[in-house]
Design a protein around this ligand. Structure first.
Ligand code: OAD
Length: 227
């Protein structure tokens, strides 16, 4: 039986990493057009990097939550795959091996000139904006910004896994950002049992087979015996 899990910022909220759209959400305080678009980066790469430095610092201090750990443990025993919209790498730090990152990874940088990508986990990065170690070009965070397409291989794999799932768990996403938000529909159409864990209702709620109005850890504990 294949279990596929789609996660969003809500699972990392339990690690103390802020979400985007909630009451304390990042997009309440910051305008994504100033910080998370290719245009913003072209206009002022230093400001964008300062914001990413701040987020990297916050994430570096955070620990994977119990929910991250439960999923990592399940992966060891079951046919379970994680598709995440999160860029924080907390699933991997909890021990998950097969994580599909739809929106990139905040610990990876990419050269806008020679396109090389590599991990640079220094906190903070100094001499902003940082320069490519290969060609000296401008580096950007290797994350997906508004108006950009998702990495094709990851997206294809995510669609494939979703269509092959027997159980599809949706944890901690507001399901407002496409194409990630389409994956639970894909799973449902292909016959999966869709289980949502989120303290709030989302567009997934009406067609979920089970919707648990709780936080990620508590909700996961509740469904463990059904998996
Ligand atoms: P959002 O911030 O949009 O939604 C977070 C969801 O987590 C909300 O539905 C909350 O109700 C829920 N939540 C809050 N606390 C929770 C808890 N303890 N346990 C479980 N759920 C909880 O975050 P995403 O849906 O992940 O994109 O946002 C999707 C994308 O929008 C992000 O990947 C990011 C953002 O712009 C990019 O950066 C490209």
């Amino acid at each position: 039986m294949r279990i596929v899990v789609l996660t969003g910022a809500g699972i990392s909220a339990e690690s103390g990493v802020p979400t985007f759209r909630g009451k304390e959400g990042l997009w309440r305080k910051y305008d994504p057009r100033d910080l998370a678009t290719p245009e913003a980066f072209r206009r002022d790469p230093k400001v964008v990097w300062e914001w990413y430095n701040w987020r990297r610092e916050m994430i570096a201090k955070a620990q994977p939550s119990e929910a991250h750990r439960i999923l990592a443990e399940l992966e060891r025993r079951r046919d379970l795959r994680i598709i995440t919209q999160n860029v924080d790498g907390l699933h991997q730090r909890a021990g998950s091996k097969k994580v599909i990152e739809l929106h990139g990874n905040i610990w990876r940088v990419r050269c806008v000139i020679c396109r090389v990508r590599y991990y640079d986990e220094r906190v903070p990065l100094e001499d902003l904006p940082p320069k490519c170690k290969e060609c000296g070009g401008l580096l950007r965070p290797d994350v997906v910004w508004f108006g950009e397409t998702l990495p094709q291989e990851e997206l294809e794999e995510a669609y494939r896994l979703s269509s092959e799932a027997d159980i599809f768990l949706v944890i901690g996403t507001s399901a407002q950002v496409y194409p990630a938000a389409e994956l639970p529909f894909v799973a449902k159409r292909s016959g999966a049992r869709v289980i949502e864990i989120n303290p709030e209702e989302t567009p997934v709620t009406p067609y979920a087979d089970l919707s648990i109005r709780k936080g990620a850890t508590e909700g996961l504990r509740e469904v463990l015996d059904q998996l």
